[in-house]
Design a protein around this ligand. Structure first.
Ligand code: ZN
Length: 58
C-alpha cells in the first residue's frame, strides 16, 4: 500500500517491525504493522488493506 508523506509525518514510527507489532498487539483495536515507503520505518494501520474496511456482515 502507498503511504502519503503527510500521513507518514503524523503517524508513529518504529525502527523495527517487531516493535510495531508489539504495540499493535497491546492496542485495543486490530492494528497491522507495515513498512513505510516514505521513511523506510514501520507504521501501524488499522486498515488492513489500505482501504476502508467494509462493514462486517451482520
Ligand atoms: Zn513513514
Amino acid at each position: 500500500m502507498q503511504t502519503r508523506p503527510g500521513i507518514c509525518n503524523r503517524k508513529r514510527r518504529f525502527a523495527a517491525r517487531e516493535a510495531a507489532e508489539a504495540v499493535a498487539l497491546a492496542a485495543d483495536v486490530p492494528l497491522r504493522a507495515y513498512k513505510c515507503a516514505v521513511c523506510k520505518a514501520f507504521h501501524l494501520t488499522s486498515r488492513t488493506k489500505g482501504l476502508r474496511v467494509p462493514r462486517p456482515p451482520a
